[in-house]
Design a protein around this ligand. Structure first.
Ligand code: TYD
Ligand code: MG
Length: 466
């Protein structure tokens, strides 16, 4: 074994390291996931050679630091540019994670198409598909020009040689789990292989100024297979989410050294590749039931964009001792908290009821501003009260039953107005900010009791339709 190398046991599920074998992983609680692997010196020890400047022995002042605005190359896909913070930064590494089959390869091939049309030299390296399969996919997407080069290869040293020779501006690695480095003895997809492969790519990216996209498959529990190790090594982490069976996809920025995180891009999978969705709110509210109880529209800010979404709740009598609660698309603990607040502060007894809460459309939203929406959906379903279709509600709910102010209330109200809503129920504390908005009725509430009172009075004349 080479000097400086040792073996470590890794959990193949979450990447937890241990000096000895264990039956159960203390981090993710999975059984029998530890595998012994040989590891090379730590990534930060080898990544040193990748840094282009000389080691700074003398500390410098901020004024002395040489700086030039990083160059960004637009990908030609507006929604992706938004998530990246304006385009691809030269020499950056971007991880695109997501479930198998969600559309990562399709998106990146589309990126290749735009970039190569734009005159950039692009290299698409696939370890998963044959050239013929890539061509088949490309045919669905559209016309390509001659600037795109394809390569089927999994050996990273060979890939390094090709990149050095061809000098592409952008490289796509599809996927990191299929790549391997000869120095590491374990199988491709294992933690140390993925780590070493990413490390090699990092050296290429930083050393040669190539921007590299890497595809990483997410396995169960939402981790990119093997490697949380990946996330801290790359510059940008994007995740593709959405229901595989529905046609839309959400691309979410989780980490971005060159832009804001929590921006989202919305796409729809069509027969000719992924298409951008310009107005996601309209898209998400599509198919909303009319005059049904348990359905409320609320608003969540995703980065700079307000997104309207429908919260659905179903409250029914529990047939077991312990009531069942499920939250799809939102935080389970938050749901429990909101139900506890409802019991204690609004006197609605829910302890013998099952509760199912769902954000329609399979998206995941966890901003506290949707609290009021969730809470009203629960009340609406429990009391069988129909909430008007033209009402939107948002606000954070506190433990004392107060409705708290949320940021950017103005944008949210304007988005509601744009989409034809007539009434907005929002925190009283936001009154000053939104007062001047006209053309939409604003109803303010200070506590959840007041908010529940509002929906009672609004729906008084509208009995639920069976
Ligand atoms: P893919 O990009 O292969 O997923 P990943 O790389 O994340 O594993 O996505 C494949 C899915 O998308 C597959 O089920 C077929 C579908 N698809 C379309 O619906 N339209 C298209 O134009 C393309 C290329 C794929
Ligand atoms: Mg793929």
């Amino acid at each position: 074994m080479a000097k400086g190398k040792k073996t470590i046991f890794f959990c193949q599920n979450c990447g937890h390291e241990s000096g000895k074998w264990m039956g159960q992983c203390p981090s993710c609680r999975q059984w029998n996931t530890f595998v012994e692997e040989t590891v090379s010196p730590l990534p930060h020890q080898t990544a040193k050679s990748a840094r282009s400047q000389e080691p700074a022995l003398a500390p410098v002042t901020l004024q002395e630091v040489q700086f030039h605005e990083e160059e960004r190359r637009r990908t030609g896909i507006g929604e992706l540019d938004r998530v990246l913070g304006g385009g691809i930064v030269q020499g950056s590494m971007i991880l695109v994670g997501g479930d198998p089959g969600i559309g990562k390869s399709t998106l990146l091939l589309q990126v290749c198409r735009y970039l190569s049309r734009d005159g950039a030299s692009v290299l698409y390296i696939s370890g998963e598909e044959s050239l013929a399969q890539i061509k088949l996919r490309a045919r669905r997407i559209g016309e390509f020009n001659n600037q795109l080069r394809l390569l089927c290869e999994t050996n990273l040293e060979l890939i390094r040689t090709v990149i050095t020779r061809q000098k592409p501006e952008v490289v796509i690695i599809d996927s990191i789990q299929t790549m391997y480095h000869e120095d590491v003895s374990s199988a491709p997809g294992s933690v140390s292989q993925v780590r070493e492969s990413t490390n090699t790519l990092l050296q290429i990216a930083k050393g040669q100024g190539v921007s590299i996209f890497i595809v990483g498959h997410v396995t169960k529990e939402g981790n990119v297979a093997g490697p949380r190790v990946l996330e801290h090594m790359v510059d940008t982490v994007l995740y593709f989410e959405g229901d595989r069976h529905a046609s839309y996809r959400i691309l979410r920025g989780v980490k971005n050294r060159f832009g804001s995180t929590n921006e989202i891009g919305v796409f729809e999978m069509k027969h000719d590749g992924l298409q951008e969705v310009a107005n996601p709110s309209e898209f998400l509210l599509n198919g909303r039931p009319k005059d049904a109880s348990g359905s409320v529209v609320t608003c969540s800010m995703e980065g700079t964009r307000p997104i309207l979404l429908e919260v659905q709740a179903l409250i029914c009598k529990s047939s077991f001792g312990i009531p069942r609660r499920t939250a799809a698309g939102t935080d389970f603990n938050r749901l429990n908290l909101l139900m506890a607040v409802l019991e204690k502060r609004a006197g609605i007894n829910l302890s013998s009821y099952d509760a199912y809460v769902n954000i329609a459309g399979g998206v995941k939203m966890t901003e506290p501003a949707i609290d009021l929406g969730i809470l009203l959906a629960i009340v609406s379903s429990h009391k069988d009260l129909v909430i008007e279709n033209s009402l939107l509600a948002f606000g954070e709910v506190g433990l004392s039953g107060e409705v708290r102010a949320v940021s950017l209330a103005q944008q949210r109200v304007l988005e509601a107005k744009k989409l034809g809503f007539e009434k907005v129920l929002l925190p009283k504390a936001c009154e000053n900010i939104v007062r001047q908005i006209t053309g939409i009725q604003l109803i303010f509430a200070d506590t959840i009791r007041e908010a529940i009172g509002v929906i009672h009075s609004l729906s008084g004349a509208r009995p639920p339709q069976k």
